[in-house]
Structures are given as structure tokens and as C-alpha cells.
Write a protein that binds this ligand. Structure first.
Ligand SMILES: *Cc1c(COP(=O)(O)O)cnc(C)c1O
Length: 459
């Protein structure tokens, strides 16, 4: 059925009836969307038969790789057995029980309680309601303000978009909502001039302290950050940043929340990104890699202190029709079990991750207009810059990144431009030969990109 129509027909119908997320509809409809028809391992195929290396694991989510028949079998079996039931009114079902137990096993100690959602945004919104409710129960209802970061990404719902620091999102629809404030991101390359990364990490953490003092410690509910900012362009904070943020949050009795929607489930070589940086959040939000994108599901891991506090408050009036959906839960269970039992996350930590990071730095370190070559596990990036010696960025942020991204697409390699940061986060099952292919193609693309920048007078 999928291939009954031609590419032109799919495009025409898509243009007529489908509104795409984060898209300029008119300009997309002039070009026509790329039609993806199938996928296997780390590769996608489009309707013209092109084989494309997916250097982004979809939207940072297909950790286990495409085409896992065992996951579709689990989905079918669960759908036949119990396609749906809710978990609201004194009811549960085996799929969600099994998943919860498994998740509390793979999580660090002290996260024995899980709340389910359908997406990262819903996990973030759930977390916002949880921390506010927690302080209510604790007799401090004035502790309502959440601190996020500029260029952080926490999703597209009103809560998630408010907490995120994307001003182009805030501009549309009067965001942020009240009670959400932001501090600058720990981006050493741009803000750490004259400092070592470790010195800068402490300085950036102190911005959190300044904001807490400005709002008033008795009014701040939580600080929320991605261990590594993903959609913001793979901003990896110096190693001094998170421990200092944690110390500050403890000092002022502010809850610390990690948004693990990208970092979670092995992306950095650890199960969760906060383990890489050695800090302990009070709650953390997940989605994406939880089901490797096979079905929509998200989860908030609630630390024992907050879980206890919420329990003291009686009813927590929050939940989704599909919280703990049996089919999504069964698939997530099979996915997480495979990530663990097949040693996929161990391999990222000890084998393919270090290999990628070494090859990545060798491949891109020498380009004239590529700088801040960085990464860990299987999340990596570099930044296109006008002048390396001066750490000078291009004047119109994102313009050059888009040019470069389009060159990658033409070479059938998917990488993403976040402004002028070029980022990659392939499926965690990528082999060393596929890493070589990814890097080989990317090097060609960057050569072509620098050529185009010269021809068009950008440099
Ligand atoms: C993708 C993402 C979200 C939003 O997840 P959705 O499933 O798109 O709602 C939230 N936080 C982070 C860190 C993300 O990367």
C-alpha cells in the first residue's frame, strides 16, 4: 500500500493536507518533502530508492536502530492481549508493572518510582506540576519558580517551551508563562573567553546561584537542565559545572532536575547523562530512547524524597489517558532489556563511543572553519566559525549551518544544524565500519561546504 503512489503524488498530497512541525509550510511545499519509506539498522530509504545514513537516529531517539522485528512482535502480541487499559482508578496491568520494575533496576539507586507520559514534553510538564505540588505539600507553596537555561530545549508544550530557552519559540504565543526564568548556558566557547573550561564551569554554575538569590531562595522550586544540551547544539558543560550546580541547589533547598530525554538510555555511554557528570538529580525526565522511538512513551523518574513528599499529599491530580499505555510499555520494556542484555550501552561506553570520538576529532580538527570539535559516547558536534583563532562566529547565526546541512542531505547523510553547530547522534548500534562511512562522507561534505562559503563570500 505504501508504494502505490509516486513520490510526486506523495509530495502533492503532503503539501495539501499535512502541517509539519517546526516548518515554514510555504517553502517546504515549493520544494516537496523527502518521503522516507523504510529503514533498517542505521539506514533509511526514501521513495526514490536512495539509501541514507541516519546520523541523527531519527530525532535522537532510535537508540536501538531500525527494523527490530522482536519489538514489532512484542507490540502485536500485547495489542492482541490487551490493547489498552488505563491506570487511573485503582488499576494496573502486567506490561506497565514489568516496565516499572526494569526501569527502577537500570536507574541509579533511589529512583524506585516512575510516572508515565507519551513524550518528552509531557514528561517536562509533569515534572513542573510535580515539583510545585511537592513544595505545596511541604508547606512552602510560594516555592513555585523554575529556573531553566537559554538555549535549553525541553519540548513544545506550553510548559516545556517556556522552560526551554529558545527565544524563537518564546516569541510565538507569549512565552514563557509566569514562574519560569532563565540563566545563560554553560557554553565555554562563546562565554568563557580568558578562562579555562574548568574555571568557566564554576562561573556558569554561579549564574544559577545569582538567579536563585535574585528571585529569592524561598520562591525557587527547581533548577532544570539537560546534562548535555541536545537541540541547543550539543553543548557539553565543563566537568566542574554540574557538581557546583548541585552544591548550590542543595545549599538553597532548590530541587535539581535533569532532563534526560536525549542523554538517557545510553547516548553518552552511561545509562543517564547525570551519571556521566557525577551529580544526583531529585527527578529526571525521559522519553526518546526509552522506546527507541518505536512507540510514543515518556517517563519521569521520581527520586525517593520527592516521591515521599508527593505521597504525603494524597491525590496528585495529574495524568494522561495513555499514561503507561500497555503496548508502548511492552515495547519500551523489550527495548530497554535489549539495550542492557545485548551490551549495547556498554559498547557505546567502551568501544564504539571512544572510537567515534577519536575519529571525529581527527577528521574535523584540521578544517579552517570548523572549531570546538567535541562529543562523548555517540553524541558529537562541531561548530562552523568565521575565524578559529579569534573564536569568531558567523554574523547570522544558523545561515551557514543550513547551507552545510543541505550539503549533507545531498550526500545522503543526515546530520543536523543547530544554528551553526553541526551535530550527530546516530543509533547506538552503529558499527565501526558505519562510523567510518559516516565520517568519510561528512569530511567530503565539510570540504564542499568550505568551498561554497568561499565562493559565496562568507569567508
Ligand atoms: C526532544 C526533547 C524534549 C521533547 O520531547 P518530545 O517527545 O518531542 O515532546 C524534551 N526535552 C529534551 C531534552 C529533548 O531533547
Amino acid at each position: 500500500m505504501q508504494n502505490e503512489r509516486t513520490t510526486a503524488q506523495w509530495r502533492e498530497l503532503d503539501a495539501a493536507h499535512h502541517l509539519h512541525p517546526f516548518t515554514d509550510t510555504e517553502s517546504l511545499n515549493q520544494q516537496g518533502a523527502r518521503v522516507i519509506t523504510k529503514a533498517d539498522g542505521v539506514f533509511l530509504w526514501d521513495s526514490e530508492g536512495n539509501k541514507i545514513l541516519d546520523g541523527m537516529a531519527g530525532l535522537w531517539c532510535v537508540n536501538i536502530g531500525y527494523g527490530r522485528k522482536d519489538l514489532s512482535d512484542v507490540a502485536k502480541r500485547q495489542m492482541d492481549e490487551l490493547a489498552y487499559y488505563n491506570t487511573f482508578f485503582k488499576t494496573t496491568h502486567p506490561a506497565v508493572v514489568e516496565l516499572s520494575q526494569l526501569l527502577s533496576e537500570v536507574a541509579p539507586k533511589g529512583f524506585s518510582r516512575i510516572f508515565y507520559t507519551n513524550s518528552g514534553s509531557e514528561s517536562v510538564d509533569t515534572m513542573i506540576r510535580m515539583v510545585r505540588r511537592y513544595w505545596d505539600v511541604k508547606g512552602q507553596p510560594q516555592k513555585k519558580t523554575l529556573i531553566g537555561r537559554w538555549n535549553g530545549y525541553h519540548g513544545s508544550t506550553i510548559g516545556g517551551a517556556s522552560l526551554g530557552g529558545m527565544s524563537y519559540m518564546h516569541e510565538q504565543g507569549d512565552l514563557p508563562i509566569p514562574g519560569i526564568v532563565h540563566v545563560e548556558q554553560p557554553w565555554w566557547y562563546q562565554y568563557g573567553k580568558g578562562m579555562t573550561p574548568d574555571e568557566f564551569g564554576v562561573v556558569a554554575a554561579r549564574w544559577v546561584e545569582e538567579k536563585i538569590l535574585e528571585v529569592g531562595p524561598d520562591k525557587v522550586a527547581a533548577f532544570v537542565g539537560e546534562p548535555i544540551q541536545g537541540a541547543g547544539g550539543v553543548i557539553i558543560p565543563p566537568s566542574t559545572y554540574w557538581p557546583e550546580v548541585e552544591r548550590i541547589c542543595r545549599q538553597y533547598d532548590v530541587l535539581l532536575v535533569a532532563d534526560e530525554v536525549i542523554c538517557g538510555f545510553g547516548r553518552t555511554g552511561e545509562w543517564f547523562g547525570h551519571q556521566l557528570f557525577g551529580f544526583r538529580p531529585d527527578l529526571f525526565t525521559t522519553a526518546k530512547g526509552l522506546s527507541s522511538g518505536y512507540l510514543p512513551i515518556g517517563a519521569v523518574f521520581v527520586g525517593d524524597k520527592v516521591a515521599q513528599g508527593l505521597a504525603e499529599g494524597g491525590d496528585f491530580n495529574h495524568g494522561f489517558t495513555y499514561s503507561g499505555h500497555p503496548v508502548a510499555a511492552a515495547v519500551a520494556h523489550a527495548n530497554v532489556k535489549a539495550l542492557r542484555d545485548e551490551g549495547i550501552i556498554d559498547r557505546v561506553k567502551n568501544d564504539t563511543g571512544p572510537y567515534m570520538q577519536r575519529r571525529w576529532r581527527e577528521a574535523f580538527g584540521g578544517f579552517e572553519h570548523v572549531d570546538d570539535v567535541r562529543g562523548v559516547g555517540l553524541i558529537q558536534a562541531f561548530t562552523l566559525v568565521k575565524n578559529k583563532a579569534k573564536h569568531e562566529l558567523f554574523p547570522h547565526w544558523g545561515e551557514v549551518g543550513t547551507i552545510c546541512r543541505d550539503i549533507f542531505f545531498r550526500h545522503n547523510l543526515i546530520m543536523r544544524a543547530c544554528g551553526d553547530h553541526m551535530v550527530s547522534a546516530p543509533p547506538l548500534v552503529i558499527s565501526k565500519a558505519e562510523i567510518d562511512q559516516l565520517i568519510g562522507t561528512a569530511v567530503q561534505c565539510v570540504e564542499e561546504c568550505e568551498q561554497v562559503l568561499r565562493e559565496r563570500g562568507f569567508v
